[in-house]
Design a protein around this ligand. Structure first.
Ligand SMILES: Cc1cc2nc3c(=O)[nH]c(=O)nc-3n(C[C@H](O)[C@H](O)[C@H](O)COP(=O)(O)OP(=O)(O)OC[C@H]3O[C@@H](n4cnc5c(N)ncnc54)[C@H](O)[C@@H]3O)c2cc1C
Length: 494
């Protein structure tokens, strides 16, 4: 059978687009692959600066080890031995309450406490809050079927105090989001599942404990990937920062044409494929396309021919955030950095969300004798934080570090990273929006989406979404090789 060389364009050079391109190179070795990225560098939200022996992460700093495609891709790229877990000697995080730091109780599983002892002992939650939490056992499950917010679910089951002082800051650390808006079904569906299956979270926890006590026959499914060095850390990261993954991917894709500093302005269906119109006015042709761009950018690209896809894409809101890393000689840090840092509940009324004590969490990120600290600023609904000057942002962080760590010195250096519209918010109704988007994709053969806007914002989820899109493109193009093209073109140009 005669087959011609397929042209595939991937738009967006974040981790999702890069993972898609890498997988396509493996699946379709004969295809012409082009990746188009508007910025002058690859990586998107992954941005590592290496400064005088410090490894400074501007965006993400680590990823979940148990989700297979993070560690899995690193291994494929030869980075398996570069992965480090978090410092096992000081596995401790604090939560701020009333300006003071309290140790996060151990044994939180999927945000929810799963051990009685640490919850009973913690001073972070009042006796009344603990009683209210214990009453969860008796609260009947919600019977109606619709989605609800994460805040509504946690408050309904475990009480307001637990939500405000424990769950909310942890959730903010993942989504920089507002729990009153975030969808339970799209963020923590397993919690609703536990409520439905067992009648309560406590009963579900007890059932899981009984199950765990039974002899276990291993199965082969999605087991967490073992880590090098025998570490059992929940999070891992390459020694030289997450940019190592981007660098390794770039090196491993000699056959992919990389067009950096090139924005795509519009997509247009053309015959059985698509025209990709660049902001420069040039255009590329594609038999298949992967749009690995933020949802609002994807909406712009498809608006002209797919308004019904653009509307739900545009309805996915985004939060902006800023990270600031500061470095000090340890001698200038009076309070010991004896943990991974702390999170700050919204109820504390501060614009700083969290401070990571990076040099404790990942000791290889700072030279011996130095501290590296990173603050997150800006919650959902506080986009104005991006407008503040560097001096104002740095001052905010210095005040925070003075209040909590008693640091008065000027930092050795600092780095500020502004991330406008960076964190997609899976708000109530997110899964319905996805269903509407997917219904339109089903009648647009060869058009695929990937990235953090849809089914997971963590790096392993983004990698998996890129790889899945690549597999769908490969299946589609192979099917074209076996089918008469005019039939497909009829559907595509509807
Ligand atoms: C501050 C911060 C901290 C985080 N911490 C963690 C963490 O510790 N662990 C974790 O797992 N995740 C973390 N995340 C989330 C994770 O980093 C992101 O979800 C993920 O990197 C997004 O990858 P992506 O490829 O979907 O999108 P992006 O990285 O946003 O890539 C999209 C790319 O598309 C390009 N683009 C947009 N429009 C166009 C256009 N018209 N034409 C061409 N190119 C275009 C953009 O320039 C960008 O490079 C964090 C995110 C942020 C912002």
């Amino acid at each position: 059978m005669e087959t011609r060389q397929h042209k595939i364009v991937i738009v967006g050079g974040g981790i999702a687009g890069l993972a898609a391109a890498y997988r396509l190179q493996q699946l379709l070795p004969q295809a012409a692959l082009t990746l188009v990225e508007s910025e002058s560098r690859l990586g998107g939200k992954i941005l590592t600066d290496r400064v005088d022996g410090f490894v400074v992460e501007g965006g993400p700093d680590t990823f979940l080890a148990y989700k297979p495609r993070g560690v899995g891709l690193c291994r494929e790229l030869g980075l398996g031995d570069r992965l480090h877990g978090t410092n096992p000697d000081l596995r401790r995080t604090y939560v701020m309450r009333g300006g003071k730091l309290y140790e996060l109780p151990e044994g939180l599983t999927g945000l929810i406490p799963s051990r009685f002892g640490p919850m009973a002992r913690t001073r972070l939650i009042s006796p009344w809050g603990k009683l209210r939490m214990a009453a969860e056992y008796l609260i009947p499950p919600r019977t109606d079927d619709g989605d609800e917010s994460l805040a509504s679910f946690v408050q309904r089951r475990l009480g307001r105090e637990l939500y405000a002082h424990l769950i909310e800051p942890l959730m903010s650390g993942i989504y920089a989001g507002d729990g009153e808006e975030l969808s339970l079904a799209a963020t923590f569906p397993q919690l609703r599942q536990a409520e439905l299956e067992h009648g309560s979270l406590v009963k579900s926890m007890l059932a899981n404990k009984r199950k765990a006590a039974r002899p276990h026959v291993p199965t082969n499914g999605n087991r967490p990937a073992p880590q090098s060095g025998g570490s059992r850390s929940a999070f891992v990261t390459p020694a030289g920062g997450l940019a190592e993954i981007v660098e390794a991917l770039t090196k491993a894709m000699p056959r992919v044409e990389m067009r950096l500093g090139t924005a795509v302005a519009q997509i247009r269906p053309a015959g059985a494929g698509y025209d990709v119109i660049l902001a420069s006015g040039d255009q590329l042709q594609a038999d298949a396309l992967i749009l690995a761009t933020p949802a609002y950018a994807t909406a712009e690209l498809v608006e002209a021919f797919e308004p019904e896809m653009a509307a739900p894409l545009r309805a996915i809101p985004y939060a902006s955030t800023v990270t600031i890393s500061v470095a000090y000689p340890l001698s200038q840090v009076p309070r010991p950095l004896d943990g991974y840092g702390y999170v700050i509940p919204r109820a504390e009324g501060r614009s700083i969300l969290a401070c990571t004590w990076t040099s404790t969490k990942f000791p290889h990120r700072a030279p011996e004798g130095f501290a590296l600290i990173r603050a997150f600023i800006g919650r959902a609904g506080q986009d104005d934080v991006l407008e503040q000057s560097d001096a104002a942002l740095l001052e905010l962080v210095r005040q925070e570090l003075h209040a909590v760590l008693a640091i008065t010195a000027q930092p050795l250096f600092y780095r500020i990273y502004r991330w406008p519209q960076a964190m997609p918010q899976y708000t109530v109704g997110h899964l319905e929006r996805l269903a509407r988007i997917e219904a339109r994709l089903a009648v647009r053969p060869g058009l695929h989406l990937a990235g953090n806007a849809y089914r997971g914002i963590g790096i392993p989820d983004c990698i998996a979404s890129g790889e899945t899109a690549a597999e769908q493109v490969a299946a589609f193009l192979r099917s074209l090789d076996h089918t008469a093209l005019p039939a497909v073109a009829g559907v595509a140009s509807e």
